[in-house]
Design a protein around this ligand. Sequence first.
Ligand SMILES: Nc1nc2c(c(=O)[nH]1)N[C@H]1C(S)=C(S)[C@@H](COP(=O)(O)OP(=O)(O)OC[C@H]3O[C@@H](n4cnc5c(=O)[nH]c(N)nc54)[C@H](O)[C@@H]3O)O[C@H]1N2
Ligand SMILES: Nc1nc2c(c(=O)[nH]1)N[C@H]1C(S)=C(S)[C@@H](COP(=O)(O)OP(=O)(O)OC[C@H]3O[C@@H](n4cnc5c(=O)[nH]c(N)nc54)[C@H](O)[C@@H]3O)O[C@H]1N2
Ligand code: SF4
Ligand SMILES: [Mo]
Length: 739
Amino acid sequence: MQTALRICPLCEATCGLTLTIDAGRLTGARGDRQDVFSAGFVCPKGATLPALDNDPDRLRRPMIRDGEHWREVDWPEAFAAVDAGLTGAVERHGRQAVASYLGNPNVHTLAGQLYSGLLARTIGSTNVYSASTVDQMPKHVSCGLMFGDPFAIPVPDLDRTDHLLMLGANPLESNGSLCTAPDFPGRLKALRARGGRLVVVDPRRTRTADLADEHVPVRPGGDAFLLFAMVHTLLSENLADLGRLAEHTRGLDELRALAGDFAPEIVAPVCGIEAEHIRALARDLAAAPAAAVYGRLGTTAVQFGTLTSWLVDVLNLLTGNLDRPGGAMFPQPAHRGPVSNRSRPFQIGRWHSRVRNLPEAKGEFPAVTLVDEIATPGPGQVRALVTVAGNPVLSTPGGERLAEVLPDLEFMVSVDPYLNETTRHAHVILPPAPPSRSSHFDLAFNELAVRNNVRYSPPALPLGEGEADEGEILRRLVQIAAGQGPHADPDAVDEAEIARLLSRAVADPNSPVHGRDPAELADRLHPGGWAERRVDLFLRLGAYGDGFGARPGGLSLRSLLDAPHGIDLGALRPRVPAVLATASGRVEICPPPIAGDVARLRAGLAERRESLVLVGRRHLRSNNSWGHNVPRLNGGSNTCTLHVHPQDAARLGLPDGVTATVRSGAGAVEAVVEHTDTVAPGVVSLPHGWGHGVRGTRLSVAARNPGVNVNAVTDPSLVDPLSGNAVLNGVPVSVTASE
Ligand SMILES: Nc1nc2c(c(=O)[nH]1)N[C@H]1C(S)=C(S)[C@@H](COP(=O)(O)OP(=O)(O)OC[C@H]3O[C@@H](n4cnc5c(=O)[nH]c(N)nc54)[C@H](O)[C@@H]3O)O[C@H]1N2
Ligand SMILES: Nc1nc2c(c(=O)[nH]1)N[C@H]1C(S)=C(S)[C@@H](COP(=O)(O)OP(=O)(O)OC[C@H]3O[C@@H](n4cnc5c(=O)[nH]c(N)nc54)[C@H](O)[C@@H]3O)O[C@H]1N2
Ligand code: SF4
Ligand SMILES: [Mo]
């Protein structure tokens, strides 16, 4: 029996695991106690990584579909079929007709991070969709507009803060998001143990809320009102103090003017929190020695997602907590330089979607409108689709209609290890080898880590017979999209990218390699495959790098190979102004597009909703739509039931265990009612990612306990206008006992 170290790819916490290996397969996974960041933490999902890796339903060979029949083929035949399908679609309809949908696991694989965006760009269509617009796009937009860079996202300095105001996040189940912190639960307990205060704003009394000093059951969708009234309080009571950031900021007067309309008394009936309580929340935040405001899915996947995300950082700024220890800080990942390298400040709405005229954000259209672009005839209609690590049929509002139109596509290829609700419509499925066979390095999550650190996992096992790694698959797709056919040398993709990055670096006066010869530097990269060369380049040019000899003792891939449990790079440090990329060079408190959206919020003050509203939830043992095929992750308390408060249940005549119909303006599903006072009265909750058991899928465990698709009820016609993000929380519904 051997062991190997592997960073867990199953959630944003990025725990270091010790895998046990027997006869060429994983047999166990436990927390790596020596890991510099996770120090032995593991959750039930990480512990089941071997079951996922060995899942008998996982596809091991590429597959081609003829009608309803799938046949396994070899890789050359599969890539030839993709080349014919994609090239044919481009020849007949142009590049615009080829859409891509990039799902969540792309940020959990090195290949996805390096190549999926490149693939979409190489296809050359504006029809780019991803899970970001059913998730965090509002945060990218608010940070892009405030700081100039959509990836400059402040994270709460969890280990040093005295006061954490958390909204719409449930890290005791999710293990954290846009805040990478292994053992998030332990870090929250430590905050309380050192005398700090935790306040959780959530319409459900979650396990995280149970841990808090205070739980504030906001009306779903009401956070923007609540936060604006807190801003109002800070400004009217002269509690705002920007500290060091005052001189790096502009727009405070505009903010003051906008906040005038959101006095606590005015917003109280809309957000369901009394005016004096709102004032107290604002005063507590201002009084804490160091405090952080942190919002997650309940603040982004809502009607006012961008406004709420913006107000979170406005509060951090006004209380002097932005960019200071114990507040909300910008991590410094090892793969990035210390100074923002954006050549142009962030912009939104540079182009619009054909059918619904929705603006792009970060080069993407809203995932909810992919179906419109496929279904609506006319010039520019989508005729072909590439999905990489995505399951939009279950994950996006309107997904059921998407399932109805996917068969109309002339060609669809999916890079995915499962034959599921989405990929069953593909003509070709290209399954990547399981996690044990790939190397791992986190680009996205190191940008969001509560402590700067860097770790690299080489593959735990060699590729099995007939397996292909995801880097190989995606690079070939890039080359096919570029018109180079299926037989080009995949390494050429990386060498071109390495040459591009090096030429940019040698021309940059801030770079440690300024003025040097790019070809000579490329020769000095770590010998090895795409992963090693690319990671080595990032590290050597990054903030802690050796600069190819310019900074002796600095990082390179070699240093990480010599430190298999990772390298700790210290607590977060202030990064303003270097992190800023706005045209003004300052933090923009009131970016015009956001200020423009405040009118919509003001109009919302007059709305009174009498109906029930639906929110989502996550379970510790769930993983969006694709964990349910592992026996230990399905069942027990992880069920697809409708949570209903006993008062509502009595009023509506819904006994515990009865089947009820949940209906919105967009659709309906039937679900089993579960009484619980963890949801506030007036709120019902269904988890997402369920709705399995569909004909033509190969998920034998999931099919036995299929659940229903909540996204048949969420409404694809609603989006947060600036970010295009879907509204998954706060959906008005009716609930009636089924016949
Ligand atoms: N109503 C409602 N809907 C939601 C949410 C909600 O809270 N409520 N949450 C939203 C959020 S936050 C997200 S991120 C989205 C997720 O939306 P998606 O990303 O579309 O869906 P996932 O369920 O994550 O599907 C991941 C797919 O990737 C495949 N996969 C797994 N590992 C790999 C790999 O290593 N390589 C490749 N190529 N494929 C892999 C899986 O088989 C699966 O098909 O769902 C969103 N949908
Ligand atoms: N176990 C597990 N872990 C996961 C995932 C998973 O599927 N399972 N998915 C991963 C992904 S892709 C993501 S994006 C993250 C998400 O990470 P989190 O955002 O921490 O996860 P959620 O459980 O969706 O928490 C959202 C909370 O918002 C609350 N909420 C709903 N509406 C509102 C509202 O209007 N206002 C407020 N204040 N709260 C509201 C919900 O009740 C819920 O408790 O989790 C990741 N980790
Ligand atoms: S918390 Fe996340 S990263 Fe850590 S073991 Fe669990 S699933 Fe893996
Ligand atoms: Mo997500």
